[in-house]
Ligand binder design. Structure first.
Ligand SMILES: *Cc1c(COP(=O)(O)O)cnc(C)c1O
Length: 528
């Protein structure tokens, strides 16, 4: 049986008629650049990712280059400043940094997740560090709460390379009470995660038994006889314990200075709010002092929130989650044909919520001009063309469906690949992995060098009709282009990154694989 690594022919054929129709529409329109196809796609993609702005540009590398360049133009960064970046990435992430005369500071990946090891970041931060650039490599969410904390603590920009992860979600994990590692919950359900429920219930009971003074005062004012609505105390939603909750239309009432902001429960309130909002909750926050000194106004705000969103039009729990590409200050996206959302040529985009950054990037990618024949920056021509925008707009509609199919293939791989020479990366929840690639890692065994074993597996699979690709055979810091750089990248000691370059092999994964093809891949791998 033949299983190509990726058949772009088949991927395009899935929506071929609609794609041809979109291209024809543009061809017949006589308008090929900076028109309404760009406008529509940018709007739709910004909505999809969950940001205010999307700026289309020529490709994914440019998208990343423009983010750093715009920060330089806005005076946020200066040439020579440092950017923390994973060493295990496609080289474009690093090219975008060096292109702007910034200094990449390479961080090893975790051996099991293959993503940036957040425990190594803090020691790499210096007075010149201006940003952390994370890469959601292979389609796996690389964001962690620790990274969020570091950005806050050191006032760093967070930039996402989302070239491989369109459609992926980030769910901040529950803070471990005793330091244990917890994985993110199953999202999109507004009930407790069953895995955490017993522990959450224990904590909620403890909190109910030991209310703070402000909680007690507010609770007395909120009980049903007083306010006319049934409010609950310490109500568990997904992985959180809400101070107070009105369930009918999902109003969460949180007291800052309450239990959840105590030391070992430190929570990023903004992230918590965003996360709850993604489940259709509206979060009202009050300080203890407001409760003590202006209880009347607190109660009236709560009442009005409850009555306003009591209207039946309130679309609660629509499941709008936090996507990668909307977590940080800005994100670069690639629509290279082989990506999960691929154009039929080169294309890319930046997403951000920052209006100044968005305006600078839009100008930079258009010769540096904001107004015709007036040039604010020395920019370049790096625009998304109308045909690609129209095609992307068609494919965007099917992206979530396509991702589901990838996740089904991946689930079969995880459940059935059992060859002891092969290690699979940590299995994430589907919300956190859009499976752009499915990397398998060859183990070090006996005397054979791991690179040789990996190459032997590649050749063996090819002989059985299974196409595989190495991502990536030479680590960026070992590339010739960086051999002479003053920052001495090749001298860096990055053993895990180098190991992965020898041991990684990506097996076929795409939305148009048949069940027989998936089974064949597994059978061949297990018989190696
Ligand atoms: C594809 C890719 C890019 C570059 O995108 P292009 O559109 O090919 O320029 C950047 N970063 C990562 C991680 C990628 O996979």
């Amino acid at each position: 049986m033949q299983v190509p690594f990726l058949s772009l022919h088949d991927v395009t054929a899935m929506h071929g008629d609609e794609i041809r129709e979109a291209a024809k529409r543009v061809i017949d329109s006589g308008w090929y650049l900076q028109g309404k196809e760009n406008e529509l796609f940018e709007q739709h993609y910004a909505d999809y990712i969950g940001t205010k702005y999307c700026i289309g540009c020529a490709n994914g590398l440019d998208a990343l280059i423009w983010i750093f360049r715009a920060y330089i133009e806005l005076g946020v960064m200066q040439p020579g400043d440092e950017v923390i970046v994973p060493a295990n990435t496609y080289i474009a992430t690093i090219l975008a940094i060096t292109e702007n005369c910034l200094k990449p500071v390479l961080i090893e990946p975790k051996r099991d997740t293959l993503e940036i090891d957040d425990s190594l970041i803090e020691t790499a931060i210096t007075s010149r560090t201006k940003a952390i650039c994370i890469v959601h490599l292979y389609g796996r969410c690389a964001m962690t709460e620790k990274i969020a904390d570091l950005c806050k603590k050191y006032n760093l920009k967070l930039i996402e390379d989302n070239a491989q992860a369109h459609g992926c979600y980030y769910l901040p994990p529950m803070p471990p009470e005793g330091g244990g590692v917890v994985t993110p919950m199953k999202a999109g359900i507004d009930m407790a995660d069953p895995a955490y429920y017993p522990e959450l219930k224990r904590r909620a009971a403890q909190m109910r038994a030991n209310p703070t003074e402000a909680e007690e005062q507010l609770w007395n004012a909120l009980c049903e006889q007083q306010i006319g609505y049934k409010i609950r105390r310490q109500h568990i939603v997904s992985q959180y314990i809400l101070d107070f909750a009105y369930l009918d239309n999902r109003i969460a009432i949180e007291l800052d200075g309450g239990y959840h902001s105590k030391e070992n429960q430190q929570y990023d309130d903004a992230v918590r709010t965003k996360h709850l909002e993604s489940f259709g909750w509206r979060v009202l926050r009050f300080t203890n002092s407001e409760v003590f000194h202006d209880l009347e106004s607190v109660i009236s705000q709560i009442k009005s929130a409850i009555s306003i969103s009591s209207s039946p039009s309130g679309d609660c729990g629509a499941g709008r989650l936090i996507r990668t590409g909307s977590i940080g200050d800005a994100a670069g996206h690639s629509f290279y044909p082989g990506k999960n959302l691929g154009a039929l040529g080169d294309a890319g985009a930046v997403t951000t919520n920052d209006p100044e950054l968005a305006a600078a990037i839009r100008a930079l990618a258009n010769y540096g001009s904001q107004k015709k024949y007036v040039f604010k920056y020395t920019g370049r021509n790096s625009r998304l063309d109308e045909i690609q925008a129209a095609i992307l707009d068609v494919k965007l509609k099917y992206l979530d469906e396509d991702i589901k199919k990838r996740q089904e293939v991946a689930a079969y791989y995880y459940d059935h690949i059992s060859n002891p020479v092969i290690e699979l990366p940590t299995r994430l929840l589907d919300e956190n992995n859009v499976y752009h690639l499915f990397p398998i890692i060859v183990k070090e065994l006996g005397n054979e060098r791991v690179g040789e074993l990996r190459n032997r597996l590649h050749d063996y699979l090819e002989s059985w009709g299974v196409g595989t690709v190495i991502h990536y055979p030479i680590a960026p810091h070992k590339q010739e282009c960086y051999a002479k750089e003053a920052w001495n990248i090749p001298q860096l000691n990055l053993p895990i990154t180098v190991y992965l370059a020898d041991a990684e092999l990506s097996i076929p994964i795409s939305p148009c694989m048949s069940k027989e093809q998936v089974e064949w891949v597994v059978k061949c791998i297990n018989e190696f």
